[in-house]
Design a binder for this molecule. Sequence first.
Ligand SMILES: NC(=O)c1ccc[n+]([C@@H]2O[C@H](COP(=O)([O-])OP(=O)(O)OC[C@H]3O[C@@H](n4cnc5c(N)ncnc54)[C@H](O)[C@@H]3O)[C@@H](O)[C@H]2O)c1
Ligand SMILES: [Zn+2]
Ligand SMILES: [Zn+2]
Length: 389
Amino acid sequence: MRALTFHGTRDVRVDTVPDPEIVNPRDAIIEITSTAICGSDLHLYDGVIPGVEKGDILGHEFMGRVVETGSGSTLRKGDRVVVPFTISCGGCFFCQLGQFSGCDNSNPVEKQDATEAQYGHALTGMFGYSHLTGGYPGGQAQYARVPFSDVGPIVVPEGVEDEQVLFLSDILPTGWMAAENAQIQPGDTVAVWGCGPVGLFAVQSAMLMGAGQVIAIDHHPHRLELARGLGAEVIDYTQTHVLEALMEMSGGIGPDAVIDAVGMESHGFAPDNMLDTLKQKILPGTDRGHVLRMALMAVRKGGRVSIPGVYGGMVDKFPMGALMQKGVQIRTGQTHVQRYTRDLLNRIMEGQIDTTFLISHRLSLEEAAEGYRNFSDNQNEWTKVVLKP
Ligand SMILES: NC(=O)c1ccc[n+]([C@@H]2O[C@H](COP(=O)([O-])OP(=O)(O)OC[C@H]3O[C@@H](n4cnc5c(N)ncnc54)[C@H](O)[C@@H]3O)[C@@H](O)[C@H]2O)c1
Ligand SMILES: [Zn+2]
Ligand SMILES: [Zn+2]
């Protein structure tokens, strides 16, 4: 089959690779009809996540048709499914708690040492996201093997378009969980850093959860325009002093909740960000914590900080004092996708949520490398790339 594979920093190619096969009884093989490039893939592309090897198939946002099932799969050949990016067994301590992105059974034992030392516990398996999370071949391909196919994939009705439901695989639940983690109360002022797909879905979700005012921050005019289209007020951080503006817009109190939908590759020429950028180049494992610092400084006393943006290593100069002195709460995490898919599918079917406004480019799988380059370099216009294998 054809698949998008990693060859080195900013070097991905579409290669011919072996077809996936059923390995365990609970596996299913999916023929992929749509797959997307995620902001998280850019961290792999930029070489800031370790454990990616030459030839690894990337991609964790995908859907398609079931073409083969193991004896323990509950799927049927021909089912149309969206597959969560987190691989979860459904039966372990964490899965039973609904903490699917903490599953203890999906990262093979021989891969666990790498993350146990770094994080205290081994990470959960994920599709196409380095050998730290299992080294599973991803979904930017013609076919993929889906482990625990009786737990993760959600069957979608015929009749809905791929693009209406594809983002159930990751960014829609991620935006939703980001807003949920911000514990939004009716009327709240919520500030969201980053108007990429995750930030935009966080804006949309915050609105649905009753926020009174959502303020979206980025520097790409078109992305800010999309946020405005969802009802947010916007701040271009290259033109405005963000902390002062947020104080003013929240009546001198500060936002009740703040969401960091940027993560470890924050842009901009703020001195701390430039220093972090330099350190990240020479000292792998240093994340760029600029947005996190800003969010912690901006949030009101007793407010809530939600961090869907991905961090992988250490953040220097973390304002612990602001967190403690203001009595702030922080919630974060890889999304527990399986927890949200059914509810969000219903909301899509009822017309409450539209996800298609985000898609700027549709490419064939063969054009995937071009998709990566543009999603990374031309972020203003390239808001979301969907690949059609
Ligand atoms: N928690 C999860 O499970 C999960 C799932 C998916 C994605 N993510 C993460 O969420 C983050 C966003 O993903 P995305 O797909 O929207 O990515 P993206 O790269 O498309 O968007 C990031 C946006 O942040 C903006 N930005 C950069 N620096 C900024 C700054 N200093 N202030 C304000 N905005 C700034 C960029 O201009 C860009 O528009 C990434 O870190 C991604 O890895 C997390
Ligand atoms: Zn993703
Ligand atoms: Zn589990």
